[in-house]
Write a protein that binds this ligand. Structure first.
Ligand SMILES: Nc1ncnc2c1ncn2[C@@H]1O[C@H](COP(=O)(O)OP(=O)(O)OP(=O)(O)O)[C@@H](O)[C@H]1O
Ligand SMILES: O=P(O)(O)OC[C@H]1O[C@H](OP(=O)(O)OP(=O)(O)O)[C@H](O)[C@@H]1O
Ligand SMILES: [Mg+2]
Length: 282
């Protein structure tokens, strides 16, 4: 049975459960459940604090986990990223009251409040900055107002929390994060159960980002048309009953679908349809 760690709370937990559900796995029915078994898929899910997941996985007791890249790096755990999942995207940045500092180089002698001490201490050291780091559990934006620090380092998505606290980012992002799948560093990459789990999640990612496009076009336009819709491997081309016409079918990125439909129409393609992909294995 594959043992998988899943976030039990916070920004990662809802989207992670949605993705696992879309991949065909049973998920818990109520948020107090700490562990469920999905016997049909031979998987056991453990609902753990996102911050602890890399540590459990590095211990070898759990095979894989879903966590944030920033949390993995902050933990310093002996675990590695094996698949980015495209949700909970954020940056990790320094912020201060306007006029306090312009970049990392100005942080010498200051105090930085953060929930991600591991990332911040390393970043300061790598930049040769001598600053102290104070650990707070959350809501770090308030730390400056309350005099605990001059600078914060925190997760920034829309920037709303910073704006509400009257803060502005300084310097370049320390890192970019998103939800990821992790496993113990050096664990057997070919383990069939792990590979099957990853293929299912990849199928969800593809189904979320691609649509199926079908259209008819004249044989003379086929080369131009397939250049617009090259598909993942190669488009399927079938003859139509009307001579001189073919039907084409290919996967296209969902966010480009409307532009591709316009371009296909312009070169004479007709009956252009897109349909959602619900699941796939590439
Ligand atoms: N607003 C956000 N947008 C995108 N990702 C976020 C956001 N806030 C936190 N994250 C990501 O969620 C993960 C942190 O999860 P965690 O549950 O510890 O904190 P949280 O989502 O802030 O929840 P809580 O504040 O309830 O502890 C990190 O990978 C972080 O990058
Ligand atoms: O840029 P934004 O879109 O505002 O998102 C970033 C904020 O979201 C998270 O906070 P959360 O609400 O989880 O509270 P926390 O600080 O207590 O973790 C994060 O810690 C930032 O504060
Ligand atoms: Mg938070």
């Amino acid at each position: 049975m594959l043992r998988i760690a899943v976030p039990n709370k916070g920004s990662l937990s809802g989207p992670a459960a949605d993705m696992l559900h879309e991949a065909g796995y049973q998920q818990r029915r109520e948020s107090k459940e700490l562990r469920i078994v999905d016997p049909e898929n031979e998987v056991e899910f453990f609902y753990l604090r996102p911050r602890d997941i890399a540590i459990y996985v590095s211990s070898g007791r759990l095979d894989i986990g879903i966590t944030g890249r920033d949390l993995l790096i902050d933990s310093g755990a002996n675990a590695e990223e094996i698949l980015p999942l495209g949700f909970a995207r954020s940056t990790f940045r320094y912020a201060t009251k306007p006029g306090t500092a312009n970049g990392v180089a100005d942080l010498n002698g200051m105090t930085v409040a953060t929930s991600y001490e591991g990332i911040v201490a390393k970043h300061l050291a790598d930049n040769g900055i001598d600053a102290s780091v104070v650990h707070l559990d959350g809501a770090v934006e308030t730390a400056i107002e309350l005099g605990v620090a001059e600078v914060i380092a925190d997760v920034v998505e829309t920037g709303t929390s910073l704006r509400n606290a009257g803060l502005e980012v300084i310097g370049e992002p320390i890192m970019k994060s998103e939800a990821i799948v992790v496993r113990r560093t050096g664990a057997d990459a070919e383990e069939p159960k792990v590979q099957q789990f990853l293929r299912r999640l990849q199928g969800v990612l593809v189904a979320r980002t691609y649509v199926m496009m079908d259209y008819d076009c004249r044989v003379e336009q086929l080369e131009k048309a397939v250049a617009l819709t090259p598909g993942l491997e190669s488009p399927t081309v079938s003859p139509l009953h009307n001579e001189g016409w073919v039907a084409v079918r290919a996967m296209v990125p969902a966010r480009e679908a409307q532009r591709i439909m316009d371009d296909l129409y312009a070169i004479g393609a007709r009956a252009i349809l897109t349909t959602a992909i619900h699941a796939c294995r590439l």
